[in-house]
Design a protein around this ligand. Structure first.
Ligand SMILES: Cc1cc2nc3c(=O)[nH]c(=O)nc-3n(C[C@H](O)[C@H](O)[C@H](O)COP(=O)(O)OP(=O)(O)OC[C@H]3O[C@@H](n4cnc5c(N)ncnc54)[C@H](O)[C@@H]3O)c2cc1C
Length: 395
């Protein structure tokens, strides 16, 4: 049996980013970190690096810049120059622009597969040892740490276990950590689309009575579509032949990008808001989707988790205590509480307000969008949330 200082369970977007945020400081302190992941990036079954793209906020760029990784990521990151928000069947639209906000871009769209490659290639193998392919099947608290059992029946002990497994592997339940679960009764259909006209860095968020959709700019003049519909309807759209699908999409989205010419593979994700009732225990942190899983339409889930990961790395490296000290973990949790509450609340409210057919809410969202365009402070607040800068005191 071996002992390490930190074991990160799950090498997805969040677990790998935490490893990167820790590695320089860990090297200086002589810490041993192990990263355990069932699938290598590039493996099409890897849940974090599947066919999806992520809208990275400007705040996420700043974090990866600090970690020395932005140059690699930016080689295939499409800058969002403007966001066009509209409500189908109503007059109101709002535009957010990078120029008005005084930033080079409101955010960046990156394919998860590319992001995954950049993250894994950035890991320093002398500090971060990988167990891949490997899966944690059991997690038990010990005096002063945790014992992990892997699927090959080997065990290892650590001072701090970070559960970044996305929340689907059952380890959270094994530890008796409850969740708050609110299903949206919707699925997100994702696919890459090629339009006939240049997207020029414009991202579109469009709200309809049947659910919100987003078309985000990608390199090579492709767009990443996230189309949210009731479960059965999303399945119907996923099953349509290419021509019928594009024609239905065109009907809902309109001709802002000319004709929608081609669609890639379509994938469905059932959506709900899941929040873990505990995020820290002595020698344990729950991180990423395992801690909070949000509706994707506002593009906030990973951005929030990246801020959590950076804050956790800072808290561990700023402390004189061994990793796992409960006071340090509680201080990390307190530091992120406001950011988490605001971001989870923002995504949930946007989803519920704009996803509703109720007449009063529809009027409300119409006013909301108009207000957004007419009232600079409201628009600025929305833009800062979208950029992942909302609660940063220094930004
Ligand atoms: C359609 C869609 C679009 C999205 N778009 C955006 C966006 O534009 N911007 C944004 O900020 N967020 C977005 N999100 C959210 C974002 O994808 C998630 O926040 C992010 O994937 C969470 O990463 P994670 O590493 O916590 O979890 P996951 O991505 O689920 O990764 C968990 C990892 O743990 C591994 N694992 C699982 N079980 C075990 C085990 N027992 N032992 C070891 N390893 C294990 C898995 O193989 C996986 O690699 C979107 C989500 C969806 C569904």
């Amino acid at each position: 049996m071996s002992r390490v200082n930190l074991a990160i369970i799950g090498g997805g977007l969040v677990g790998a980013s935490l490893a990167l945020a820790l590695q320089a400081g860990a090297k200086a302190r002589g810490w041993k970190i192990v990263l355990i992941e069932p699938f290598a990036p590039g493996d099409s079954f890897q849940p974090s690096y599947d066919a999806r793209s992520s809208a990275l906020s400007f705040g996420a760029r700043q974090i990866y810049q600090r970690l020395g990784l932005w140059q690699a990521i930016s080689r295939r990151a499409e800058p969002i120059k403007q966001i066009h928000v509209s409500d189908r069947g109503r007059f109101s639209t709002a535009r957010l622009s990078a120029m008005e906000e005084g930033v080079p871009a409101l955010g960046y769209v990156v394919e998860n597969a590319w992001l995954g490659q950049c993250l894994w290639q950035g890991l320093d193998k002398d500090v971060i040892s990988w167990r891949c392919p490997a899966e944690v099947t059991r997690l038990e608290p010990l005096e002063g740490g945790y014992r992990l059992t892997l699927n090959d029946e080997t065990t290892l002990e650590c001072d701090l276990a970070v559960l970044a497994d996305g929340g689907r592997s059952g380890l959270r339940e094994q530890l008796g950590i409850g969740i708050k679960h609110r299903p949206y009764n919707q699925s997100a259909l994702i696919a890459n689309i090629t339009p006939s006209e240049a997207h020029n860095g414009m991202a579109f968020e469009r709200f309809t009575d049947d659910g919100p959709m987003a078309l985000l700019p990608l390199p090579d003049n492709r767009c990443a579509l996230i189309w949210t519909r009731q479960g059965m309807d999303a399945q119907r759209l996923a099953d349509l032949d290419e021509r019928s699908f594009l024609s239905e999409l065109q009907g809902v989205f309109g001709y802002r990008l000319g004709t929608l010419k081609q669609v890639g593979a379509r994938h469905l994700y059932p959506l709900s808001l899941v929040e873990a009732e505990e995020q820290v225990r002595p020698h344990l942190v729950v991180l990423g989707n395992a801690a909070h899983s949000l509706h994707p339409i506002a593009g906030q889930g990973f951005n929030l988790s990246l801020r959590d990961a950076q804050a956790l790395a800072d808290a561990l490296l700023d402390s004189e205590q061994v990793p796992g000290d409960f006071a340090v973990l509680q201080a990390y949790r307190e530091r992120q509480r406001l950011d988490q509450n605001l971001t989870v609340g923002f995504s949930d409210q946007v989803t519920r307000l704009f996803g509703s057919k109720l007449p009063l809410l529809s009027v409300g969202r119409n006013l909301g969008l108009l207000g957004l365009d007419l009232l600079p402070p409201a628009k600025r607040w929305f833009a800062r949330q979208a950029m992942g800068l909302g609660t940063r005191p220094d930004a």
